[in-house]
Write a protein that binds this ligand. Structure first.
Ligand code: MN
Length: 228
C-alpha cells in the first residue's frame, strides 16, 4: 500500500503483565447505566433501552499519564467506568453468544465537558464536543478474562484527592455486559479491538487542575490520572 500521507498510529492500550498491547478499533460508551446516576442527571431510571455514544480510539490516555484540562469548558466531569474489551465481533449477536466476544476488562474515565454536553442536549445536537475530545478517555491496562473471570458484582469507585467521590457496584448495572453487546451489535457491526465503557455510577462531579484521580474496579484493577 502506498499511502499519500503517513498513516495515523494505531491506538492501543497496554495489557497488564504482558509486552503485547491491545489495538483499539472503536470505543462505545453506554449512557445512564446505573439508576442512581440516571436520577442525578435528572432522568427516570426505569429500564429504557440502552443508548450509546462514541469516543475516538486515539482519545485514550495511558494509566498514570496526565489528563490535560481541555479548552472551551469550565465544567469537566469525571465518570468512572468498567471497560469491556472485545476480541470478536459481528452483527446481531445473540445474548447467549455475547460473552464469547469478551477478551477482558479494564478501568476507564469517561471525561466529559458537561457544560458543552448540556448545550448539545438542550439543542438536540450530537454529543461529540462534550464527550469525544482529545485525551477524554484515561484508561488502565486491560486484563484478560482468563485472569479475572467475568465479574458481575464488585465495587466500582473513584477517589479524587484521597476522597471517595463515586461509588457503585457492578451488580447495579441496568444493562449487563451481554445485553450491551447484543443490543449494540444490532446497531453496529462489532469488531475485534472494540472497547465498551459500561456506564458510570452516581457521584459524577467537576474536576480542576491539580486533582489526583484514582479509580478502581474490584477484581479488575486501578487507574491513576492527574488533571493538569
Ligand atoms: Mn459515561
Amino acid at each position: 500500500m502506498d499511502y499519500a500521507i503517513t498513516p495515523p498510529a494505531q491506538a492501543y492500550l497496554p495489557i497488564r503483565g504482558s509486552k503485547a498491547v491491545f489495538p483499539i478499533h472503536r470505543i462505545y460508551c453506554v449512557g445512564r447505566n446505573y439508576a442512581a446516576h440516571a436520577i442525578e442527571m435528572g432522568h427516570d431510571p426505569d429500564r429504557e433501552p440502552p443508548f450509546f455514544f462514541q469516543k475516538n480510539p486515539d482519545n485514550v490516555v495511558i494509566n498514570g499519564a496526565d489528563f490535560p484540562y481541555p479548552d472551551k469548558s469550565n465544567d469537566v466531569h469525571f465518570e468512572i467506568e468498567m471497560l469491556v474489551a472485545l476480541h470478536k465481533g459481528g452483527r446481531n449477536i445473540a445474548l447467549d453468544k455475547a460473552m464469547d466476544c469478551v477478551w477482558g476488562y479494564g478501568v476507564g474515565l469517561d471525561m466529559t465537558r458537561r457544560d458543552l454536553q448540556g448545550e448539545c442536549k438542550k439543542m438536540g445536537r450530537p454529543w461529540e464536543i462534550g464527550k469525544a475530545f482529545e485525551q477524554s478517555a484515561p484508561c488502565s491496562e486491560l486484563v484478560p478474562a482468563t485472569e479475572t473471570g467475568h465479574p458481575t458484582s464488585g465495587a466500582v469507585w473513584l477517589d479524587v484527592n484521597g476522597e471517595r467521590r463515586q461509588e457503585g457496584d457492578l451488580n447495579q448495572l441496568i444493562w449487563k455486559v451481554p445485553e450491551m453487546i447484543s443490543y449494540l451489535s444490532g446497531l453496529f457491526e462489532l469488531a475485534p479491538g472494540d472497547i465498551i465503557m459500561s456506564g458510570t455510577p452516581a457521584g459524577v462531579g467537576p474536576t480542576k487542575r491539580g486533582d489526583v484521580m484514582h479509580g478502581h474496579v474490584e477484581g479488575i484493577g486501578d487507574l491513576h490520572c492527574k488533571v493538569v
